[in-house]
Design a protein around this ligand. Structure first.
Ligand code: CP
Ligand code: NVA
Length: 300
């Protein structure tokens, strides 16, 4: 494993290795055991979109590993003025030991990895959000002890979260049901991957998807960059909300995950959100541990 560009690139073994290391790093942090695996290393973090969790967890994680994080706002870089990604990649490769990038097009992330010579980590694109899904898988395993026999249900937009969740959950052996409106289905590349799995099911009916689920997940209806479509999407996604009615169809001890930020009373009710806040905020914390594991795997 040279980069973390998308879940499609990872083998099941690589995912499990990352999760095991993340559990270990979480244990070490909680018990005050130092783990300076990346002493003397620098991670550049390029942000073309806003972030709370990704920025702070990568930055803190890098410090905890003994390394140095460098926040690079796209507005301040020449990339924001049109310097080609090919050149940026070759220059930054000479200063840094790794790059985390949050941007719009997946191609930009793939190009960085092609033209640079250091590990590239995808911190979210319009296509996917692999760091988030590794934290989600870590959280599911933490609460449920296993992936075996579990069913995950995702209700909402077939966006970057859905694209990565489908691949990640299927790869570790969980069943996956997604309910999304017809015009908002996941990426074709992901559907092509999922079609070989009998335990993958796609529907337009949230109730059908929620039946017997052990994990219920949603995300915002309008992602970053889609702010102009917010009203249209509010109409299209009416009925695609995680609420008591949906939770009544899931298994009794079902957990709820949300990558955050959440829009209460849109994709999830305040009641369901608060009843499952324990899981949702552990999920947010696990970004830190999962990403530290990724950085150690790629940069040590
Ligand atoms: N879930 C997530 O990636 O959060 P941020 O946008 O705050 O980084
Ligand atoms: N789908 C959301 C996820 C935010 C973490 C977005 O892309 O804005």
């Amino acid at each position: 494993m040279k980069h973390l560009l998308k879940m499609l690139d990872l083998s099941t073994e690589e995912i499990i290795e990352i999760l095991d290391l993340a559990d270990q790093l979480k244990y070490e942090l909680k018990h005050g055991i130092p783990h300076p695996h990346l002493q003397g290393k620098t991670l550049g973090m390029i942000f073309q979109k806003a972030s709370t969790r990704t920025r702070v967890s990568f930055e803190t994680g890098m410090y905890q590993l003994g390394g140095q994080p460098l926040f690079l706002s796209a507005n301040d870089l020449q990339i924001g003025r049109g310097e080609p990604v090919q050149d940026t990649a070759r220059v930054l490769s000479r200063y840094l030991d790794g790059i985390m990038i949050r941007t719009f097009e997946q191609k930009e992330v793939e190009d960085l990895s092609t033209f640079g010579s250091i590990p590239i980590i995808n911190g979210l694109t319009d296509f996917c959000h692999p760091c988030q899904i590794l934290a989600d898988l870590m959280t599911i395993r933490e609460f449920k002890s296993t992936f075996d026999g579990l069913k995950v249900c995702y209700i909402g937009d077939g966006n970057n979260m859905a694209n990565s969740l489908i691949v990640g959950c299927l790869k570790v052996g969980m069943a996956f049901s997604i309910a999304c409106p017809e015009d908002y289905q996941p990426d074709q590349q992901v559907l092509d991957f999922a079609k070989d799995y009998d335990c993958f099911h796609m529907t337009t009916d949230p109730k059908e998807a929620a039946k017997g689920a052990d994990v219920v997940i949603t995300d915002v209806w309008a992602s970053m960059g889609q702010e102009g479509e917010a009203e249209k999407r509010r109409i299209a996604f009416r009925g695609y909300q995680i609420n008591d009615e949906i939770m009544a169809l899931a298994n009794k001890d079902a957990m709820v995950l949300h990558c955050l930020p959440a829009h209460r009373e849109e994709e999830i009710t305040t009641k369901v959100f608060e009843e499952h806040a324990n899981e949702i905020f552990e999920e947010a914390e696990n970004r830190l541990h999962a990403q530290k594991a990724v950085m150690v795997k790629l940069m040590k």
